[in-house]
Design a protein around this ligand. Structure first.
Ligand code: DGJ
Length: 645
């Protein structure tokens, strides 16, 4: 059942009757985030015995529709909500469930599970949307393919613990339920109060997986990402983390900034380690006072010098966590979440979570982050969160509201971000949670991109980025070129391969330029300059998937924007057969002629048989391109430009 309620500790049944409906003239005055620009139909229902009113809101947008439920207690006895889904949908036919889950350093793995009479359920119970169970998923008909067949897409505007289940009935209906996870959830609904579920987003296409990608891509750009950021190209980021970790001084950062600028980077992000006495991850979270030993001229001094070099300045924060070894924790131990039975706190990465249900905590975070943003020329915030709710217990909530914690925590986080985003509309907020643990539609209302994964191994990124592309446009996906051997996996890949993978998202760079050879510096300069040219195509184009890394050693996709396309192809393992199948392009005008040019060439020269040739769109799509593949981790990046007649 999509709803489970208790009254006086005992389960109660419900029977709702239709009482009316209306098309709302303006946005519903909702307490929760909603997609922008929807036309909403409100359907009113009542259960007179249970004295409950249920409002179902159905929203329509050009490529998706939405649904949420609002439950109101009209009686004089409190009701406990144990479960209330955002949507429960029955769909006839056979379906396969496609999910994009994984874990830390293995986010967004595409998995397929046939829907049967045994219920399949995917759930996050960590208080965050999590890398283990992403709230976005698809249902595909048996004959669905990349460009044909029925596919339904589902997502949730929620960054907390969530739940999805799919189960086929004897009558052949598949029931999909999607909403807040019932784990640790027990909401006390007092007489006169209302409870709203997060908004569920649904899409349908008979143009296959590509059709759903199109629906979701347009939806995220039009209805989620803040309007200020629409059509604004995202800068190339240099991030200090993999190059410096906690070990830096202003002089060292400025040297790094100078080299990053020479390479072509546009925004310098100072990651962890700039505050309190944080030289490792064991202390100081919560104490956002600048470490003047490392940064004698403060953030203002550093930011102004970076600006003078022509770089924007960005900064890392982890505002929701607190280190037990911090001034903040010593002053306010009751500001952290603690086990409700008083057990010794479990630490995750040596830290605890702050109790965002408490107004003073939210005010502290807004004031400390806002104060820093006011104090220096900061145009980008990497908002990290490396802790999950493991011991539910809020010192602030009273005993009968402890079951609200996981939801009130998310609402607290959303209200902090709303306040900061309203105060600093031109600041980019990146969502990071130990990598991609907050890649969800809830965060996209306030954050404009997410850190895809702490795993920057280009080979593994191909799989993760493949998954992400089903739910998010490329502009939201931060993809950085890092060192080889890779820090996480030890895998060695050529610099060209690493660039060709990262350039298919929002490009960034984390290599230590000091460790690069002259040839690598030259290659990187050319690649960053090329990215600036192809940026509108990658960041604003439509995605077409050409060859899946799950099915072939060659993974390939392309973006098409106005009269240009950019094609990326990556060889994931050594090519063993004689003649690789042709790569057939998509999304071009069959009647137009295109100049095909391989870019990011290294010492091996062009690999495609059509480099610098002018060919018809029909030829490129029907016959395709042959690539002379040999060794694992070769790659091709091609610019395809329509010729003016
Ligand atoms: C976890 C993030 O995912 C990393 O990118 C980095 O910012 C570290 N935190 C810093 O502590």
């Amino acid at each position: 059942s999509p709803m489970e309620l208790l009254q006086n500790g005992a389960p109660i049944s419900t029977e709702f009757h239709y009482t009316g409906c209306e098309a709302l003239k303006s946005a519903h005055p909702s307490a929760l985030p909603a997609s922008r620009g929807q036309t909403v139909l409100a359907v009113y229902l009542e259960d007179s015995a249970a004295k409950l009113r249920l409002t179902l809101l159905y929203g329509v947008l050009p490529t998706v529709f939405t649904r949420r439920a609002i439950l109101e207690n009209c009686g004089d006895t409190p009701v406990s909500i144990r479960k209330l889904m955002s949507t429960s949908t029955d769909i006839p036919g056979d379906w396969t469930l496609h999910t994009f889950s994984g874990g830390w350093i293995a986010e967004m793995q595409h998995t397929e599970t046939p829907v049967t009479m045994a219920r399949t359920c995917l759930e996050s119970t960590t208080g965050a949307s999590s890398s283990r169970a992403n709230p976005g998923f698809l249902l595909a008909a048996p004959d669905a393919a990349e460009t044909a067949g029925e596919v339904c897409g589902f997502n949730l505007l929620y960054s907390g613990s969530h739940y999805l289940s799919a189960q086929k009935s004897l009558q052949g209906l598949t029931r999909v339920m999607h909403g807040i996870s019932p784990a640790n959830f027990n909401w006390e609904l007092a007489p006169g109060e209302r409870f709203e579920t997060p908004e569920a987003v649904m899409a349908w296409s008979d143009a296959g997986f590509g059709g759903i990608t199109d629906c979701f891509g347009r939806y995220v750009n039009e209805a989620l990402i803040p309007p200020y950021w629409k059509n604004r190209p995202r800068p190339i980021v240099y991030n200090s983390w993999e190059g410096c970790m906690f070990d830096f001084t202003e002089a060292k950062l400025l040297r790094l900034g100078k080299l990053a600028k020479q390479l072509g980077c546009e925004l310098f992000v100072l990651d962890d380690g700039w505050f309190g006495k944080r030289d490792s991850d064991t202390s100081s979270l919560g104490d956002y006072s600048v470490n003047t030993k490392k940064l004698p001229n403060g953030l203002k001094g550093l930011g102004e010098k970076l600006n003078a070099m022509g770089l924007q300045f960005g900064l890392w924060f982890e505002p929701e966590s607190v280190s037990p070894d911090s001034e903040l924790y010593r002053r306010h131990p009751d500001w952290a979440l603690h086990d409700s039975l008083g057990r010794t706190d479990l630490l995750g990465r040596h830290q605890l979570l702050l109790d965002l249900t408490k107004p003073e905590v939210r005010d502290y975070i807004v004031e400390s982050v806002g104060g820093i943003l006011d104090s220096a020329p900061i145009s980008y915030v990497k908002w990290d969160c490396n802790r999950k709710i493991s011991d539910p217990g809020s010192p602030w909530l009273d005993a009968c509201h402890q079951g609200n914690l996981s939801i009130d925590y998310v609402r607290g986080y959303e209200s902090i971000l709303d306040t900061l985003a309203a105060e600093f509309p031109a600041v980019t907020f990146q969502a990071c949670s130990s990598g991609g643990g907050r890649a969800d539609y809830g965060t996209m209302r306030r954050h404009h991109e997410f850190w895809t994964s702490d795993n920057t191994d280009a080979c593994e990124r191909v799989f993760m980025q493949w998954g992400i592309g089903h739910l998010f446009p490329a502009i939201t996906m931060a993809a950085h070129v890092t060192a080889s051997p890779n820090h996480q996996t030890g895998r060695v890949t050529p610099l060209k391969f690493r660039f060709d993978v990262a350039m298919s998202g929002r490009l960034g760079f984390e290599l230590q330029p000091r460790d690069m050879t002259k040839e690598e510096v030259e290659f990187s300069k050319r690649a960053l300059a090329e990215y600036k040219r192809i940026r509108p195509v990658v960041q604003f184009g439509d995605l077409y998937r050409l060859s899946s890394p799950y099915e072939s050693r060659v993974a390939a996709l392309m973006y098409v924007h106005e009269k240009r396309a950019v094609v990326f192809a990556w060889l994931m393992d050594k090519w063993l057969a004689d003649s690789p199948p042709p790569l057939r392009l998509k999304g071009l005008n069959p009647a137009a002629r295109y100049l095909v040019r391989e870019i990011n060439l290294d010492e091996n020269g062009p690999l495609a048989n059509v480099h610098e040739r002018v060919l018809g769109g029909d030829y490129l799509m029907d016959f395709g391109i042959r690539i002379n593949w040999k060794n694992a981790f070769q790659s091709v990046c091609m610019e395809v430009t329509e010729m003016v007649r």
